[in-house]
Design a binder for this molecule. Structure first.
Ligand SMILES: [Zn+2]
Length: 214
């Protein structure tokens, strides 16, 4: 079990277990490493229980030939006459193209392209509606985080955002838009986010349950 120790000015010692199995101990510098090790030893059973709970969490299962798009499972159909064009049939849950989008590299390219289209449109809309401004949106390969907002107002998202349901995408966009005004995750940040998106905890729970399988 790998444990990261975060030294911060907190009064109590916190042990956190993340959905990916990582264990983080938050403690002020005045706690010696040996004291923390003893504490971890004493809570080992609880830590293992949390990790087991996360391991048992439902994952989105895709059969061969299926793709996840906006939180729904689609079947991919190869239609050579379409060439590089991609057709989406949301009602029949079919994605068709002349290029084989089941090939990992092509698939990722398509997701990046879709994420750019979907996120830019939605971010512009939400920013206008709630009075935020940003410089531009970029899509990258992140894996460690869903989004990032630079001090210059450049908002970056991981391309997997094209796989999450629209409501979760809204949460991720609003999260970064709020960061254009409040850079940290303090109480003011969460109050503002909750005012704009009261059900944000559901989106966070979705990401905690499924996010790491995308
Ligand atoms: Zn944030």
């Amino acid at each position: 079990m790998r444990i990261s120790i975060e030294r911060r000015a907190v009064r109590r010692v916190w042990i956190k277990v993340h959905p990916n199995g990582q264990v983080v101990v938050v403690a002020s510098p005045r706690y010696a490493l040996r004291t923390l090790q003893r504490l971890i030893e004493r809570h080992r059973e609880w830590i293992e229980r949390q990790r087991a709970r996360y391991r048992g969490m439902e994952r989105i299962s895709l059969a061969p030939g299926e793709m996840l798009y906006r939180g729904r499972v689609y079947r991919f159909v190869l239609r050579p006459r379409l060439g590089a064009s991609v057709l989406l049939y949301p009602h029949r849950r079919i994605i068709a193209s002349g290029e084989n989008l089941l090939a990992p590299l092509l698939q990722r390219q398509w997701y990046v392209w879709e994420a750019e289209r979907l996120v830019r449109r939605r971010a512009r809309h939400l920013a206008r509606r709630y009075g935020f401004t940003f410089t531009r949106i970029e899509i990258r390969d992140y894996t460690s985080a869903w989004g990032y907002c630079s001090p210059e107002g450049v908002i970056t998202f991981d391309w997997r955002i094209a796989k999450v349901p629209p409501s979760v995408m809204d949460y991720l966009i609003l999260h970064e838009l709020v960061h254009t005004k409040i850079p940290n995750h303090g109480p003011r940040f969460w109050r503002k986010l909750e005012a704009l998106y009261p059900a944000y905890r559901e989106a966070v729970a979705w990401l905690n349950s499924y996010g790491r399988w995308l």
